[in-house]
Design a protein around this ligand. Structure first.
Ligand code: ADP
Length: 323
């Protein structure tokens, strides 16, 4: 291949820039030139592309977000939109595409690959809900940001002998909440995969007090049936009966913006480099991720159908360690 393109799509994740850099420099090392597509699939449809040389991707490895911009593009979910994207790719003599993004973005990669265009995905989402990679770009940084916030809340909770609830991101996946909960030493964790009710949470907090704890921390995944708002409402309405109230903090998008951790920079470098090399060597229609600690390719058809599950042992461990 003499020319490939790279784009970042969907929710931004710390490490995307390091992945762009790795794609560009690995492709250049193989004698292949690279075009950067601005704003995800939207830029592919409108033809918003820019050449990326080795110096253009200098000084970005330590930056969160994505210098190419990202976007959600409903038009790409239509065949007409994808045909327009294909036209742009052909007009610029692009022979292959690297898509750095999460679940939705890789569904897009799959759709494009079904139209016989060579695409390789890079597993990138702070939610860690993507099949085909045990850990995705941005997760480690997001975990560390959430952990710093929970540690701070614990200090206040301990000083005032109160119960605090913190909601973390993750869409419909409880990975972030479960891992933050364990690492922060939470008394209770609420994830979509387990569907703990508000009364269950109350019982866990009450049990913690009975075991001699003077304060409690509850970590909730945003995609849970009982998210922070619903739990807050329940606890407020039943405050007298329950005997305590929960102070709620919703972490939201601050979890996304940080400078990528060393783990994310290294993962991005490995996955981005492998994506470019494999694409140029003729391996397409796959997602590049980490499996068993090694860089591995999973067919996009499997990625589109697969569902990543929560590790049941980790969930059990969380209950044991909350004692
Ligand atoms: P993420 O990649 O972070 O999961 P989204 O779910 O928002 O983000 O998806 C990003 C973009 O991927 C969408 O705006 C759309 O352009 C594209 N996309 C999502 N699902 C599909 C699909 N089924 N077919 C084609 N493109 C899709």
């Amino acid at each position: 291949m003499s020319k490939i393109a790279v784009l970042t799509s969907g929710g931004d994740a710390p490490g995307m820039n390091a992945a762009i850099r790795a794609v560009v420099r690995s492709a250049l090392a193989k004698g292949t030139s690279v075009l950067g597509v601005r704003n995800g699939y939207a830029g592919l449809i409108s033809g918003n592309l820019t050449p990326l040389g080795a110096r253009d991707v200098g000084g970005i490895i330590q930056q969160g977000g994505t210098v190419l911009g990202s976007a959600r593009c409903p038009e790409f979910e239509t065949e007409e939109g994808r045909l327009r994207a294909l036209r742009t790719l052909h007009q610029h003599d692009i022979e292959g595409l690297v898509v750095i993004g999460g679940n939705g973005s890789q569904a897009g990669s799959h759709a494009l690959s079904e139209m016989d265009f060579p695409v390789v995905g890079v597993a990138s989402t702070i939610d860690n809900d993507l099949y085909g990679s045990e850990i995705t770009l941005g997760v480690d940084t997001a975990l560390n940001i959430a952990l710093e916030a929970t540690d701070r809340l614990k200090v206040t909770a301990a000083s005032h002998q109160r119960a605090f609830l913190i909601e973390v991101m993750g869409r419909n996946c409880g990975y972030l909440a479960l891992n933050v909960g364990i690492a922060a030493g939470a008394e209770a964790i609420v994830i979509p995969e387990a569907e703990t009710s508000p009364e269950d949470v109350a019982q866990e907090v009450r049990n913690a007090y009975k075991r001699g704890k003077t304060h409690a921390l509850v970590v909730v995944a945003e995609g849970s049936k009982y998210n922070a708002h619903r739990l807050e409402q329940h606890f407020h309405e039943n405050r007298k009966r329950l005997g305590f109230d929960l102070r709620v903090t919703i972490l939201g998008h601050v979890q996304r913006g940080g400078a990528p951790s060393s783990a994310d920079r290294l993962l991005a470098s490995r996955l981005g480099g492998a994506a470019a090399e494999r694409l140029i060597d003729g391996e397409a229609g796959v997602l590049i991720g980490l499996l068993g600690g090694k860089v591995a390719a999973t067919p996009l058809t499997e990625v589109a159908q697969g569902k990543k599950e929560i590790d049941p042992h980790l969930w059990e461990l969380a209950q044991v360690l909350a004692r």
